[in-house]
Design a protein around this ligand. Sequence first.
Ligand SMILES: C[S@@+](CC[C@H](N)C(=O)[O-])C[C@H]1O[C@@H](n2cnc3c(N)ncnc32)[C@H](O)[C@@H]1O
Length: 246
Amino acid sequence: MRIGRLPVDARSPQRARRVFATLPARYDLIGSVLSFGQDPRWRRTMVRMALQDEPAVVADIATGTAAVAIELASRGEVRVIGLDQSPAMLAVGRRRVQASGHADDIRLLLGQAERLPFADASVDALTFTYLLRYVDDPAATLRELARVVRPGGRIASLEFHVPPRLGWRLAWRVYTRVGLPVIGGLLGGAGWWRVGAFLGPNIEDHYARHPLAQQLEAWRAAGIEDLEVRVMSLGGGVVIGGRRRG
Ligand SMILES: C[S@@+](CC[C@H](N)C(=O)[O-])C[C@H]1O[C@@H](n2cnc3c(N)ncnc32)[C@H](O)[C@@H]1O
């Protein structure tokens, strides 16, 4: 059997849709295994940051299979609007929302982060997870995300990161180049082999184009202040939180 590769650069709606079109319903289980079980902990940290001021309405952008949306809804009296551009991911998300018992609190929408179908300052807080590697212009997308949050509202994100210390970085490279495709393929077949092989190079490519310090400047330029940055799990993940200026 021949298994094709995904392009390292996935910065367009079409390429990102291709990455996520074939992923099976086991996305969350496999995603957790691929992050060495760290991803649920990163998400909880991000959700805590977003809910600090007890918002009534939270937008979760690139909501995928709605894991963050469900975590938000289960933590407080909050209405969540989850948005994603992938019909395949949202279809799994809808089933998970029904099963979670939070169907009255969560609405899922098809849409793009670069052009949110929301009015200015219309939500109290916003989260986004694993999004900026898939957009062409992260700074412009950050401005669009900040636009819809009311002044003073919280914005929090989660993204993979490249371990800064040399020893861990080398181990991370071996894991992402060998372990991820093999484990992904064993658990989820060819689609997950491709995603496993794509992730490491894609993450490194993203930080080569947009180093973390430059990204934080883009957050500030988008009008988000009081930034809190938590590099977690030896540098494998980074959670960033801030507050819309005003
Ligand atoms: C790795 S998944 C993460 C899903 C979810 N946030 C989670 O943590 O499980 C990335 C998601 O981003 C979505 N995505 C990528 N580019 C997007 C864009 N420009 N606008 C909206 N969603 C996008 C994909 O469809 C995919 O569901």
